[in-house]
Design a protein around this ligand. Structure first.
Ligand code: ADP
Ligand code: MG
Length: 232
């Protein structure tokens, strides 16, 4: 489905939260690279999609009522064969039904396991006076505990994006600190500009959260994405 179709369907269903699959499809249309992610509405479908991708794969609960999937026991990574996919499917369903009894669960999303990279986050929030604001930071404790995040008001150009990427305290971690793989800063900057262009052109989006994005020496990949729509 196109971005316009996804947004109008969500509006019709009076939904504010998009699924991971919908969010990745929209971001993909904006040029932002995401792991290919396919919905499976049964255990058998989860297996067939996994076999098409090739192992290892990741299964995640797909429900508009469960936005923080790990908290619900809704994410299983590194699944290596059919038996592991079947067991993960059942475990996700059991755990998520217990965690959120009334939740409308459409199935699981299936995606290839992405190679580990430097974890970063990108997103958009709305400020009452400035409007949409983009955010960039390192993942995990860097954002949650240290609040090491750079912000810019939309729209941004390439120079703004470069300032954002170089503006975080932990920027050394993007530069191959202690033998780690360097992060492709040029691509991260380009993704921020793509996000800005998309946000600027698309009214009605309240919040975007790409967490985590895996950065590599050559490119970067969004492995989880969330989009929240504004009130009409
Ligand atoms: P949540 O809704 O809890 O944020 P995520 O989709 O972010 O769920 O998954 C939780 C964690 O699982 C991620 O932070 C990441 O470390 C790992 N993960 C998720 N998808 C993938 C993937 N395709 N490849 C590798 N690791 C993944
Ligand atoms: Mg996440």
């Amino acid at each position: 489905m196109t971005t316009a179709q996804i947004l109008s369907r969500a509006r019709q269903e009076k939904r504010k939260v998009l699924t991971e699959i919908e969010a990745k499809s929209i971001l993909g249309e904006a040029g932002i690279t995401c792991t290919p992610t396919v919905l499976a509405t049964s255990r058998e479908k989860a297996v067939s999609v996994s076999e098409e991708f090739g192992y290892p794969v990741v299964l995640k609960v797909s429900s508009v009522d469960i936005s923080h999937k790990s908290d619900a026991g809704g994410v299983k990574v590194g699944l290596k064969n059919r038996a592991e996919v079947e067991a993960a499917y059942d475990a996700i369903m059991t755990s998520c039904r217990a965690y959120a009894p009334g939740a409308d669960i459409e199935g699981v999303s299936v995606q290839p396991m992405a190679r580990p990279g430097t974890e970063v986050i990108m997103g958009m929030t709305r400020d009452k006076s400035f409007g949409p604001v983009l955010m960039f930071g390192l993942g995990g404790v860097f954002v949650e505990v240290l609040k090491d995040v750079a912000f810019r008001i939309v729209p941004i150009d390439g120079n703004d994006a470069a300032e954002m990427v170089d503006g975080i305290q932990g920027k050394k971690l993007l530069e191959g600190y202690r033998g780690k793989e360097t992060a492709d800063k040029a691509r991260l900057q380009e993704m921020l500009v793509q996000l800005s262009t998309f946000v600027d052109a698309t009214p009605g989006i309240e919040e975007i959260d790409m967490n985590p994005v895996f950065a590599y020496s050559d490119g970067a990949m969004v492995v989880d994405a969330r989009i929240i729509l504004s009130e009409e």
